[in-house]
Write a protein that binds this ligand. Structure first.
Ligand code: N01
Length: 551
């Protein structure tokens, strides 16, 4: 990575500030936001820590990284120019293709000229006297703007556990979320992998045929759903192109923001034969179809959930030949959906290879990393490479790892120390003229659709403020309390509340010391989008009650 800072030449912003809006992050969120603000005629600028666009898809370059969602709803539909010209090649696009897509979006929408790459933001402080944000880069430069928008991502602050002895290890250590751009040659190596969430599950089958030995250190097994990937033929792509608007419309009226059929019966309400038939069909269709298109109560009813959990365990036992390995791979003490289920691409099959070893660390975790390997109890596993696929400080990590300072010196991470408070996950009381694209307490949903909705909503809010001469858009404390209550209510009504041992990131339960609460809204993306629309069409009720001044 070079240290060159590429900053675009200034255009004209409102008097007294460098930019009208500063956006942090050049992934789906930042690019979408920049495009929408450009369309409003604002002078906006994006600061991005990476050397290119892509966000999540820039950083997560580990072997096997690909979407768990299908291409036609894992993309933007707002730009006809982009959707008419771009062609996806696989049902579940791989990381290089998603990255190329985002580069294409940036080129087509002429966004790059307004992005400074290689520029990490370390602090953003609201200046009450001047009603502007002062944003500081790691290089010490300071820029000002009236609006400050985070597009820093929800699963973008990697979490690596501090394991005793790690600094003594003489081999190579990698994190999936910061995988080297130039790749890593794992051929013939003895590799240890910690973590079997979506990242670990994707890397296993891809590196297994290359490495000498792969030791998978598993603490909690996952419910991995078959994906069934295949090529996107031209006629499928053309059909999608002509239907993008309908697909988006269907997605925003779905609880998970996907254009899926909504099942009308519960798993417990049909005969065992019918249940098996429907599950089998969903399994063949693959991925989120199993979770969302089979029955309508897998996330809310224990009995129905138990049928799904049992179906997956039977699939694991059918696939994995060694019965001991199969049993270890079967999740038994938390329900399907208790963690976000990953999509598999030959994950269970990989354990039939002789060079793939499953090391159960359920009871006591890893005792230590030594100079030459990993010790688990009495057993010492010799390895050359150690890979951490240990997840993220999700939803809040990017926002709390830098200093975001609002009114009266209030720091965002301190505000959230004992519990989250946001207005619809979009804004925070005490932080005027600051918006979050996919902040905490936004829906648990397919992200590109949720991002498209959020950037549209924020640009409407900014336009509303400009047109109505509202100098200060600040969420009310009452609206935050009401939203926190609703997030808790909706989450508690789901199976996800029983994460149990699952350490789910959406509960903050994977990060030691983080308050355990729903970091996402489980009440349905459709419900959330309708509520956002209602707020917008009622003069952004709850979002500028704290306004002190008019322009
Ligand atoms: O992270 P995770 P992830 N010792 O938090 C283990 C999205 N995503 O990066 O379950 C030993 O799910 C931990 O064990 P346990 C997607 O939303 C999407 O895989 O806590 N193990 C777990 O196995 C996903 O849900 C895609 O017991 C330790 C793993 O590390 C989210 O990102 C691809 C440990 C972490 O799993 C996060 O997925 C990738 C320790 N000390 C990611 N600490 C696609 O859509 C943690 N673990 C393609």
């Amino acid at each position: 990575m070079s240290n060159e800072v590429i900053t675009a030449s200034p255009k004209h912003a409102a008097a007294g500030v460098d930019y009208d809006a500063i956006i942090v992050g050049a992934g789906f969120s930042g690019l979408g936001m920049l495009h929408h603000l450009n369309q409003l005629g604002l002078r906006s600028h994006v600061f991005e820590a990476g050397t290119g666009v892509g966000g999540t898809w820039y950083w997560n370059r580990y072997p096997g990284a690909r979407t768990d969602s299908e291409f036609y709803y894992y993309s933007f539909s707002f730009s006809r120019e982009v959707r008419d010209a771009w062609k996806w090649s696989e049902r579940y696009p791989a990381q290089p293709e998603v990255l190329r897509y985002l580069e294409f979006v940036a080129e087509k929408l002429e966004l790059k000229q307004d992005i400074s790459f290689n520029t990490k933001i370390t602090r953003a402080e609201y200046d009450e006297d001047r009603n502007l944000w002062r944003v500081t880069t790691a290089q010490g430069e300071v820029f000002t703007a009236r609006w400050f928008v985070s597009g820093m991502g929800v699963l973008s602050a990697p979490s690596t556990p501090k394991i005793k002895g790690i600094e003594s290890f003489r081999g190579q250590v990698y994190q999936t979320a910061t995988w080297p751009k130039q790749g890593v040659d794992l051929s013939g190596k003895r590799v240890g992998l910690i973590g079997v969430g979506a990242s670990g599950v994707q890397i296993v089958p891809v590196i297994a045929p290359v490495v000498k030995d792969l030791f998978v250190f598993q603490r909690t097994p996952n419910y991995v759903v078959a994906s069934s990937n295949y090529k996107v033929e031209d006629d499928w792509m053309s059909k999608i192109r002509t239907n993008y608007d309908d697909i988006h419309k269907q997605a925003v009226s779905h609880g998970f923001a996907v254009p899926f059929k909504k099942p009308t019966v519960g798993a417990k309400d049909v005969s065992p034969e019918e249940r098996e038939r429907v599950f089998e069909e969903g399994w063949k269709e693959g991925g989120f179809h199993f979770m969302l298109e089979t029955f309508n109560d897998l996330a809310t009813n224990e009995e129905s959930n138990a049928y799904a959990s049992d179906f997956i365990r039977r699939k694991i036992r059918e696939t994995v030949k060694d019965p001991l390995k199969a049993e270890l791979l079967c999740p038994k003490d938390y329900p399907f959906n208790g963690k976000r289920p990953p999509g598999g691409h030959g994950y269970y099959e990989a354990f039939n290879r002789e060079n793939v070893h499953l090391v159960d660390i359920r009871a006591n975790g890893i005792d230590e990393v030594t100079e030459t390997g990993v010790r688990v109890g009495e057993r010492h596993v010799e390895i050359d490479v150690l890979i951490f696929a240990t997840g993220f400080d999700a939803m809040t990590g990017t926002l709390t790892r830098i200093d975001i300072v609002g009114r009266d010196g209030l720091v965002l991470r301190d505000k959230w120390k004992d519990g989250l408070r946001t207005n619809m996950g979009l804004a925070v009381n005490g932080f005027p003229n600051f918006f979050m694209i996919l902040g905490p307490q936004t829906p648990y949903a397919n992200l590109p659709v949720a991002i498209q909705e959020a950037v549209g909503w924020v640009s409407r809010a900014i336009r509303y403020a400009e047109e109505n001469r509202i100098a200060c858009m600040e969420s009310s404390a009452e609206a935050e309390e009401a939203w926190a209550h609703e997030v808790h209510r909706a989450g508690s009504a789901t199976i996800m509340a029983q994460g149990g041992s699952a350490h789910a990131w959406f509960l903050g339960a994977n990060i030691p010391g983080k308050p355990r609460e729903f970091n996402v809204y489980m009440g349905g993306a459709d419900v959330y989008f309708r509520r956002c629309e209602e707020i917008a069409s009622n003069g952004f009720r709850g979002f500028h009650e704290g306004a002190l001044a008019t322009a």
